[in-house]
Design a protein around this ligand. Sequence first.
Ligand code: 5GP
Length: 347
Amino acid sequence: GGRDPPVLHVRAHFDYDPEDDLYIPCRELGLSFQKGDVLHVISREDPNWWQAYREGEEDQTLAGLIPSQSFQHQRESMKLAIAGELGNRVKNRETKSATSTLLCARKGRRKRKKANNEHGYPLYATTTHEEPEPEILTYEEVTLYYPRASHKRPIVLIGPPNIGRHELRQRLMGDSDRFAAAVPHTSRPRREGEVPGVDYHFISRQQFEADILARKFVEHGEYEKAYYGTSLEAIRAVVESGKICVLNLHPQSLKILRQSDLKPYTVLVAPPSLEKLRQKKIRAGEPYKEEELKEIIATARDMEARWGHLFDMIIINNDTERAYHQLLAEINSLEREPQWVEKLNNK
Ligand code: 5GP
């Protein structure tokens, strides 16, 4: 016999219970797992059923069958197609047949124009974002990353506004020997007392637009007719200084960052239940509207549904002090323990 094929390490993006699987050849041989689990795939000989064991259960006698990537992908695209068809049928029950509506919907989507600024460039991602086609996530290949003093993973805080994400960032940055923000770029003129490269990197509007097109910014926006943004290079400069870069970003900004070699660690700062959120606002003496609280919770749910696979950790911010210590403990462990990170295919 030849050598054993290499083990494939993957993170699962769906829950799996062989007991509920009509297709598995033998239920007793199935391996259950949950979204987020790391699995070690030891055989991919069968196109539909892989053999794997769960991270931490190194005893390979615990290996079992899991659906292969292609099998699971097929199954989920089928589900999506059926759900889409049903949705259309319900929406258009009285007027059109499901098939013709499906075609109309597709045509409409293609025609929809992207909003551009006066120069014809796409603006800040959040303002021009189109609903993406639903993405099917099955497994993602991961590799083990060992902490390095020369590369501390940037910490990205994500979440709805007004639940303490900025306070958390400020708390971390209080330890300025250890944490730092990336110096933003701006196209506005420098003000009295501002130091280039410290307060901002000051560049022309023209240069800013060229840099946007060159995908140099992780995020950017416009404020009072000037551009502002955070560049990959500015984040890299913090990493190279040996500090931990702390960023507050929108989930849409994760794409460029994750495609870089910076290996961000992403934390969703999520609200507690409506009741606890209300109590928290009352305790803090902050005025609030019931509608706002519901909006915050809905935003967090939406973020988790759409981008949940990108989050390394979720912190429920019921009490900012507690959330801060939880976050700090996690950051400390990142400097000690190896972590499974997304394997980049462009390297
Ligand atoms: P100022 O011109 O007073 O320094 O900043 C004005 C505003 O620019 C800030 O309140 C903030 O909203 C925005 N801003 C500053 N830095 C950034 C950045 O890195 N990215 C984005 N999108 N906006 C920024």
